[in-house]
Design a protein around this ligand. Sequence first.
Ligand code: SAM
Length: 285
Amino acid sequence: MKKNVSFGHIPRKRFGQNFLEDMSIIDRLVASIAPKANDNMVEIGPGQGALTRPLLEYLDVLNAIELDRDLIPFLRAGLEPEGLTVHEADALKFNFANLMQERPLRVVGNLPYNISTPLIFHLLTYQEKIQDMHFMLQLEVVDRLAAEPNSKAYGRLTVMTQYYCQVFKLFDVPPTAFNPPPKVMSAIVRLKPRTFPLQATDMAVMDKVVRFSFSQRRKTLRNNLKQLLNAEQLDELNQDLKKRPEQLSVEDYVNLSNQIATFTLDDDINKRELSKSRTKNQQSE
Ligand code: SAM
């Protein structure tokens, strides 16, 4: 197995640094991304440049966002003349609108596992201007993104991601491909924003309905939505409320939230219960 070069940096756990070293995996990932010279691409967490270098063989320019300031000089000295612009920043707070040009954005990254879910939610807010995203993630997270209804992996992350994007699980990556090896299996996923978006009339309501619906997976929709709606409103819904949250498709959630968006919601219940439900969701995410 051919190994990728490294420049003596000691990997930092708090930055989720598991550096890709297996060239066959890197080649397969780059082939899946299929970069074109004039693509508007951004890499999250270039690290030591394992993916950055081969991408630059195809691209005229590449933006990269790296949080670890110790890695920045190496990246800048080694790769900036070749078309790389390194942004020393936290990708979770980065304003991706700054990178939007006429060409839609292509996002790639071997993501630190601890930020992958919030980062995907952050990027989804820019989905209209994104062509596609290719990520290396924990296999379990890829399974959740790509899950079908009626499965254990199907949840809030699935519904909200699939609302915006088509999700394609590409291939698994074993821990041996990294230095240091992570404890879990990884996988590559492609997220492609929908060409014909689903039509939720109010995304804040959709977000709330999905959060509440999954707040307690073992309970029925009626029980979960009781926190949000009064008895009359529940009776008006065109959904079988005996179902459990994982039994509804993404389209079912859009229809449900579009109906709920026509109701007047009790703000006090909302505020109080939403914060309770958030805490629960954060614990289970
Ligand atoms: N791309 C390299 C590779 O494949 O070998 C490194 C991948 S490593 C799993 C994750 C990288 O993301 C590290 O370089 C780490 O410093 C960086 N990183 C961690 N948190 C970040 C954040 N919030 N914003 C930007 N980069 C971050």
